[in-house]
Design a protein around this ligand. Structure first.
Ligand code: ADP
Length: 572
């Protein structure tokens, strides 16, 4: 028979069978699917082939009525080997007994549902090998009898993926647990936040102690602070706006904030000074972790930060104790120093006049040395007292109207007498320049800079001071240039820190404390100005002062500095 003829005949048979089936169908309950209309039998066979799953039509006795070609491919049987056989053939032996029971139960309440819900089901190939399957069952009326259509899907690949995913999740959870364990043992407060609202990802035990409350994972920082009435202040006691919080800055600006001083004030009024390091993290580092709050996963687009808060209460207390000690010693030195200086001056004056016995020249030289040493000690004690005043925020400026040209000239004249080997010059197109400044403090800065220019030019040479007005006559710019030993490039950034000295000055045996430039910077900054320098080692240095002529509103208020600022950069 021609192949097409055979096909047509087959279809006609199928159609007849389908019609017979449709005719034979009784009125059915709604939960039973059935084949309806002309050609439905042929459609059924077509549908079986279209499905990507292995489909098996089983009769009420558990015998296979029809299978599609996917079933043949999946189980390795031919259609003829399966049709008419018990379904058990497709199941591993250990499932067979249970299967009979389930089939009987299913027959009492047939409906579409997955088979063996909650069980790991397996199929069995003709060669005896097993593979994991998903089976969903649908009741079907066929030839007036209830049949079950089983859709079988090979889920080996899916299982494998699920297994990998589970293993990866377990590994990540284990790493997180280890991280939590390590963090909990640290004495400093450490936490991770993500998103622009700084939602907590993870915090250690010390964080609870420091904040005084438990910050739940997923909660935004401001919500947490608000809920517990915790406020943040700067070292001047000013409430910090959220945008200035180190944590939020790291997230918003994507930059690491180092050594930010903040004061945490709890609801009960207790305060805690802290040093904050907020390190902006590459977002992918936290991606995939849960951000709390309904197991929300952190996306790789969200900013993230690691924040470390160090309670510096004891450091501050030690600092205060040290300042008190310095203050006490410097204060106690003042009286004997004044006596030394006073008597040395009196003796020198008397011996020079006709009033007393003339002193031998070596005696006069000794007295002059005592006078000089007393002056040096005096300056040192005053510097120390100023440092303590600055730390405590007790250094107050007494501004008055001064003529800057005259002030500079006076200091130059006074300093010029201290050395024969240096020529101090002053150049300016101005004859007067009125400014609102603290005369004593400005003189102190100039004396410091000129003393350095002289001291660090051991071979002598010219020291030029210039003055001009800049910034549309709103500020004075003073420069002091020497031809001395200069400052090594690598050490320049640190030079305004407390007790910082350049290595070349120490190598040359030039004495000093490293306090002068620190005080200059603080005093200039309190006048609202800047100080900076340019220097080449071996060729000399030029220090610049920019001072606003009128009292600037941007001038920094007197601030207690909670901690030492060694290593601070210049204010330029
Ligand atoms: P001191 O002079 O008491 O050491 P300062 O704070 O005034 O302290 O200066 C800090 C350091 O800066 C000095 O020790 C010195 O190394 C360097 N320095 C300051 N001024 C000059 C200068 N004009 N030339 C070279 N080095 C300088």
């Amino acid at each position: 028979m021609h192949e097409d003829d055979h096909k047509q005949e087959q279809e006609a048979d199928d159609e007849r069978e389908g019609r017979a089936l449709a005719r034979s169908l009784p009125a059915k309950p709604a939960h039973q699917a059935s084949l309806q209309g002309e050609g439905s039998w042929a459609n059924l066979l077509n549908w079986l082939e279209v499905s990507p799953d292995a489909l098996v039509l089983v009769d009420a006795a558990g015998r296979i009525a029809r299978v599609n070609s996917q079933t043949e491919a999946l189980f390795g049987y031919t259609r003829s080997e399966l049709e008419g056989e018990a379904l058990d053939a497709l199941l591993p032996e250990r499932f067979r007994a249970a299967h009979v029971l389930h089939r009987e139960q299913y027959a009492t309440s047939p409906r579409t549902r997955p088979m063996g819900a909650g069980l790991a089901l397996y199929g069995r190939r003709k060669d005896g090998t097993e593979f994991p399957v998903d089976i969903s069952l649908s009741p079907l009326l066929f030839d007036g009898a209830l049949h079950v259509l089983g859709a079988i899907r090979d889920i080996a690949v899916r299982r494998q993926l699920e297994e990998h995913e589970r293993a990866a999740r377990e590994a990540a959870e284990a790493r997180l647990a280890l991280l939590q364990l390590v963090l909990d043992e640290l004495p400093t407060c450490v936490y991770f936040v993500t998103g622009s609202e700084a939602r907590l990802v993870l915090a250690n035990r010390a964080a609870v102690t420091l904040w005084g409350s438990d910050w739940p994972a997923g909660q935004p920082m401001l919500d947490f602070l608000g809920a517990h009435h915790i406020r943040l202040f700067d070292t001047n006691g000013q409430a910090l706006p959220p945008a200035a919080f180190a944590t939020l800055r790291a997230l918003h600006e994507g930059q690491t904030v180092f050594q930010h001083q903040e004061i945490i004030r709890h609801a009960d009024g207790t305060s805690l000074p802290v040093l904050v390091n907020a390190v902006a993290l590459a977002p992918r580092l936290l991606a995939g972790l849960e951000a709390g709050g309904g197991n929300r996963q952190i996306s790789s687009a969200e900013p993230a930060a690691l924040v470390v808060l160090q309670d510096v209460t004891s450091l501050k207390e030690a600092e205060q104790l040290k300042d008190q000690f310095i203050w006490l010693v410097a204060h106690e030195l003042r009286n004997p120093l004044a006596a030394l200086k006073g008597f040395a001056t009196m003796l020198l004056r008397h011996s020079r006049g006709d009033k007393g016995t003339a002193l031998a020249s070596w005696q006069q030289e000794a007295l002059a040395d005592i006078d000089l040493a007393a002056n040096r000690l005096n300056r040192l004690t005053e510097d120390l007292l100023d440092v303590v005043r600055l730390q405590a925020g007790r250094l107050v400026l007494h501004r008055e109207s001064i003529d800057l040209v005259h002030t500079i000239q006076r200091v130059i004249a006074q300093m010029g007498q201290s050395s024969d080997r240096h020529q101090l010059t002053f150049s300016s197109t101005l004859s007067h320049l009125q400014a609102q400044m603290d005369r004593g403090r400005i003189e102190q800065v100039l004396v410091n800079l000129l003393t350095n220019a002289i001291k660090y030019s051991p071979d002598g040479g010219e020291i030029e001071v210039t003055l001009q007005v800049v910034s549309e006559r709103e500020a004075a710019l003073i420069s002091i240039r020497d031809q001395g030993i200069g400052i090594p490039q690598a050490e320049q950034a640190q030079l305004f820190g407390r007790f910082v000295r350049a290595s070349n000055s120490q190598a040359q045996g030039i004495g000093g404390t490293g306090l002068g430039l620190y005080l200059c910077r603080e005093l200039v900054s309190q006048h609202g100005g800047d100080i900076w320098f340019e220097s080449t080692e071996g060729a000399g240095s030029t220090f610049f002062l920019r001072l606003p002529l009128l009292q600037s509103t941007s001038a920094r208020s007197v601030s207690p500095r909670a901690l030492s600022s060694e290593g601070d950069q210049s204010t330029s």
